[in-house]
Structures are given as structure tokens and as C-alpha cells.
Design a protein around this ligand. Structure first.
Ligand SMILES: [Zn+2]
Ligand SMILES: [Zn+2]
Length: 561
């Protein structure tokens, strides 16, 4: 019997090859379900004005079953940030997720003028959708209410962990659902897709509770003489909870700064994910009514983001909170690679104000942060629990995916079933087996966006221009020609910006070269705009080819009179 088409296709559109823009399509004959749709943040100086990067979602427009469901694992931007772009094209899709995740996403989508159909799915609930059934499975992570999914398909059960760590003493008491993962393993899992972020780190991650306890010790120790400022990701409600717990014991109030911090904390309080006495919080506007020793500021900006709450504090731009000598600032997060310089600059500003700063960069040895992602030991445990026939590492750069695949092999998964796929590689599954991995079978890529609200796609060409401008500067060559004959009416004018070594002599040289190039044109070409522009560009650039390594961008402007 000839093999039919694959029963299920796994199509990664993002997240396999980078930490960010996670998006995976599970496709059967009848339906396309998309697990997460996140953004990637460009790191530090390489940003070139790009604020966010989303996955290229054009695959979802190709002929095939309808996009009916978006399954969200948790409310981090690298999982939900690109939802508006997906929903604009697939407005009929239903967004599924847990309570906290949907609450966060609902507000974000409303900012984009979107109000899609949403359906809350608690852990262990089952939802049928065309020829698949899916079930959220509770995991521990650095944001409340995170889940993975077990997806029952015509080919077998697929388990996607989402982002997870194994924390045996989580601050909210909600454990990873070990029992359910094990049960799924007993029943038989065709394929496990698992978080690879820390696949290169041996051992196990530290519990969030230990970080909370360590912060409490630091806050009651000799460093905490004035204000305490703790910076972290706005969604890290577990850590906010730890701070909120210790603050009253120290006689301090808590002031939340930064939009995402305030937004997440408000939702977490409303929905019961954050528990604290009602009089604990102080409005930022009223922060100056309290002495430094009576305040803990919890804010965003630990990555050195220029417009964040912590940056404003460091620059002395906050109206009511002026940091000073004896204030303690704790950067309670790990610097994302690429951001170290920004973080370093931020710390310099804080230290100049007389603040004492603790960060993972300064290496003081204090426990002030832990990862929300499983280390090797936890990853191996997940694989042993689920015992999948095949394994596809997700959420990581290539080396992390490869390391995770090695862990799976060591844990006993058949090496032929361990697949290191990248964005666009399609994994085809039939009854109980992976039949093929088709490299680059789906269109993927990155969309560079200038500004969140405007949906402005920067595009690869524009980015290349920006790179060139930043590297080498720009020369404008203005030329006035006779409309009929194409004769030069006056000498070309040159204007340079950001070009190294551009003096009068070099400008004159470039002007001469531009004129020469024009003279070399045949009479018919001189009235042709494109030919004239090309000649000017060629002429001016030739000057820089000789003397300089860097060749500026040349912008010819031709005016006909
Ligand atoms: Zn993530
Ligand atoms: Zn996450």
C-alpha cells in the first residue's frame, strides 16, 4: 500500500534557531492550530531603530486547512507579542489560554483595537477542535499560570512543554503537573517538543523561593540603609510576591514603577495571583511622602532599556523618587546577551548617584535571580516522564537545540527520533512515527517593525541602508541637467553627512569624478534618469574606492530644467 500524505505536520515559524518569536503550527488534514506567536527584541546597539521583530507568518496564508486556534502557553512577549499581526489576518481564530495569560493578552490586543474570540482553558481541561483534542498541562515558569499542551492528533499525542522549569517550592504553590506528564507518558506520546533555553547548563535551576528568601536577607541586611529598588521583568509576579511578602516585615511600602509592571501586577491582584495587604502599595505620585527607609521600589528596566522606569530613576528624571547615596538597587534579572553594555551604562549612572548596585554582571555572589527555564537535569526529567517516541527541541538557538537533543538521546529516546529542526523545516508525522523532516519546506523569516502601534515594516533593504549609513555615512550628489539635451547646467553639488575624512579636496575630487562619469554617457543616456543617476553614483563612489575602505551611500538627485 503506498504511503498516504502525512497525518500531521509540525511547522515551526519561529523559536527554533533563536530565543524569541516562538510560533509553531500543528497542522492536520482538517485544521491548523498555532502554538504561541511571539516577538523577538533586537539586542542593544544592533537594533538600528528596529523595536520588535515578528516571525513571517505568510505560511498561514498558503492553501491548507483553516487557522482555527491559537494555543497560548503563557503571557511572555516572546510567546504572545506577535498575536496582533496574526489575528489581523486570521480574525476568526479563537485564542485559547489560561486565565492570567488571556487577561494580559486581552489588554494588549485591545491596544491594537482587536477583540478576538477568547476561550479560557484551565489545566487538565480538554477541548475538541476538528480532528484534534488539546489539553493544557500546568508548568512552573517565571510568570503565573504557564502551561504546556498535550495535543491528541490523528498521528498520536504531541506534548509541547511551553517554557518551564521544575520548581518544587514555587512561590504560588502551583507545581509542575508531574503526574499528568507521567500519565501521558504511560499512555504513549508520539512527539515531545521541549524548552531548550538552558540545554547547555548542567544540573538544576534554583527555586524562585530561594531567590525570594535571599532578597529578604539582603533587604534586612547592612546594604539596605536607604531606599531599596528592585528591577525585574514586569511579568515576574512570583518575585513581586516575594518582595511584597517581606516589605511589611521591614516596615516598608511598595511602589510599582513601569507600565508593564503596573499592568501585570494589577491583573495579578485582580485575579488572585498576587496576594498582599491592601495598604501595601503606594502610588508613584505619593512616593515622596515616605522616607527612603520606608520604601521598596519594584520596577522594570533591568535590561538597561533606555526609556524604562529604572533608566529614568538612574538619570534623575523621576518626579517623586530621587535616588541618592545609601540607596540599594538590585537588578534582579540576567542580562540578555547583547544588552550588557546598556546595563553597564545604567549601573554607572546609578553608582554615580551614590547607589549601591547588585547585579548578575557585578558577580558579588548574592543570589538575586534565577532562570525560569529548565536546566539539563530538569529537561532530562521531563523526557523521562513523557518517554516520547520522538523528540523535537524548541525555544533556543541552534547549539541549545542540539544540546537538548543529546540529552534526549542520553535519556533513551531513539536517536533516529531526535530531530534538530530549524524555523521552516517541516516535521511530518504519521501514525506513531516521524516520517520525514523536510528542510525549509515552509516560508519563514523575520519582519522588522519600527514602532508597535504603526505596524511599520522596516524591511531588509531599509535595514541594510541603515547599516550602511551608520557604518559609512551618506553623500548627496545634486545635479541640474537640461531637459532636452541632458547637458549639465551647472557643476554637481555634493553634501556629505557622517563620512569620515570628507574635506574640501575630497569633495572636489568627487565632484570631478561625477562630471567625468556624466561625460562618458552616450547622448541618448543623458536624458535617461536612471542612467544619469547610476553614472553619478558610480563616479562619486569611485573616489572612495581608491582612498578609503568605507564607501558611503551615494544618493543622486537629478533635476531637469
Ligand atoms: Zn519564552
Ligand atoms: Zn517565558
Amino acid at each position: 500500500m503506498p504511503p498516504g500524505p502525512p497525518a500531521v505536520r509540525l511547522v515551526p515559524l519561529g523559536g527554533l534557531g533563536e530565543v524569541g518569536m516562538n510560533c509553531l503550527v500543528v497542522e492536520t488534514e482538517k485544521v491548523r492550530a498555532v502554538v504561541d506567536c511571539g516577538v523577538l527584541f533586537p539586542a542593544g546597539e544592533a537594533a538600528l531603530g528596529v523595536e520588535i521583530i515578528t516571525p513571517d507568518l505568510s505560511y498561514l496564508r498558503t492553501p491548507g486547512p483553516p487557522v482555527e486556534a491559537l494555543l497560548l502557553t503563557h503571557a511572555h512577549e516572546d510567546h504572545v507579542g506577535a498575536l496582533p499581526y496574526l489575528l489581523r489576518e486570521h480574525p476568526d481564530a479563537t485564542v485559547y489560554g489560561t486565565k492570567f495569560t488571556l487577561a494580559v493578552v486581552k489588554e494588549k490586543l485591545a491596544e491594537h483595537g482587536l477583540s478576538p474570540r477568547m476561550s479560557e482553558v484551565p489545566p487538565r481541561s480538554t477541548t475538541a477542535l476538528a480532528d484534534v483534542r488539546f489539553e493544557p498541562v500546568q508548568v512552573t515558569h517565571s510568570v503565573p499560570d504557564a502551561v504546556g499542551y498535550a495535543i491528541e492528533t490523528p498521528a498520536g499525542v504531541i506534548v509541547h512543554t511551553g517554557d518551564y522549569k521544575v520548581d518544587w517550592s514555587p512561590t504560588d504553590g502551583r507545581l509542575l503537573d508531574v503526574r499528568r506528564f507521567a500519565e501521558l507518558g504511560e499512555q504513549g506520546v508520539l512527539c515531545l517538543l521541549s524548552d531548550s533555553t538552558n540545554a547547555e547548563r548542567e544540573g538544576t535551576s534554583v527555586s524562585e523561593r530561594e531567590v525570594g528568601e535571599s532578597l529578604a536577607r539582603i533587604f534586612s541586611g547592612p546594604l539596605a540603609r536607604g531606599r531599596i529598588v528592585v528591577a525585574m521583568f514586569g511579568s515576574n509576579i512570583h518575585r513581586v510576591q516575594s518582595v511584597a511578602k517581606v516589605a511589611p516585615q521591614l516596615g516598608r511600602k511598595v511602589c510599582l514603577l513601569g507600565r508593564s509592571m503596573q499592568q501585570n501586577a494589577r491583573l495579578a491582584l485582580d485575579l488572585g495571583y498576587l496576594r498582599c495587604p491592601p495598604d501595601l502599595f503606594v502610588d508613584p505620585e505619593a512616593a515622596d511622602h515616605f522616607a527612603p527607609r520606608e520604601l521598596i521600589v519594584v520596577c522594570t528596566g533591568a535590561q538597561g532599556e533606555p526609556r524604562s522606569a529604572l533608566s529614568r530613576l538612574a538619570l534623575g528624571e523621576h518626579p517623586t523618587i530621587k535616588l541618592q547615596k545609601d540607596d540599594l538597587v538590585v537588578l534582579s534579572s540576567r542580562s540578555i546577551p547583547g544588552n550588557e553594555r546598556d546595563v553597564g551604562n545604567l549601573i554607572d549612572h546609578l553608582v554615580r548617584r551614590g547607589c549601591r548596585v547588585l547585579s548578575t554582571l557585578s558577580g558579588g555572589g548574592e543570589l538575586i535571580h534565577t532562570s525560569g527555564h529548565a536546566f539539563q537535569g530538569e529537561q532530562r526529567m521531563m523526557i523521562e516522564l513523557v518517554r516520547p517516541r520522538s523528540f523535537v527541541p524548541v525555544h533556543g538557538e541552534f547549539r541549545m537545540l542540539a544540546a537538548h537533543a543529546r540529552t534526549a538521546e542520553a535519556a533513551g529516546v531513539d536517536p533516529r527520533g531526535c530531530v534538530v529542526a530549524e524555523d521552516g523545516d517541516v516535521v511530518e508525522l504519521r501514525k506513531d512515527e516521524i516520517v520525514a523532516v523536510v528542510p525549509r519546506a515552509a516560508t519563514t523569516g523575520r519582519i522588522y517593525l519600527d514602532s508597535r502601534g504603526a505596524f511599520a515594516d522596516v524591511g531588509e533593504l531599509t535595514l541594510r541602508d541603515r547599516q550602511l549609513l551608520a557604518d559609512s555615512g551618506m553623500l548627496v550628489c545634486l545635479c541640474v541637467l537640461d531637459r532636452k539635451s541632458g547637458a549639465l547646467l551647472r557643476d554637481p553639488e555634493l553634501l556629505g553627512r557622517g563620512v569620515a575624512g570628507l574635506d574640501d579636496a575630497r569633495l572636489a575630487q568627487a565632484r570631478g569624478a561625477a562630471m567625468e562619469a556624466l561625460e562618458e554617457l552616450a547622448p541618448a543616456q543623458r536624458t535617461d534618469h536612471a542612467s544619469v543617476e547610476e553614472a553619478l553614483r558610480r563616479g562619486v563612489r569611485s573616489v572612495f574606492k581608491r582612498g578609503f575602505e568605507k564607501r558611503p551611500m551615494v544618493l543622486p538627485v537629478v533635476i531637469e530644467m
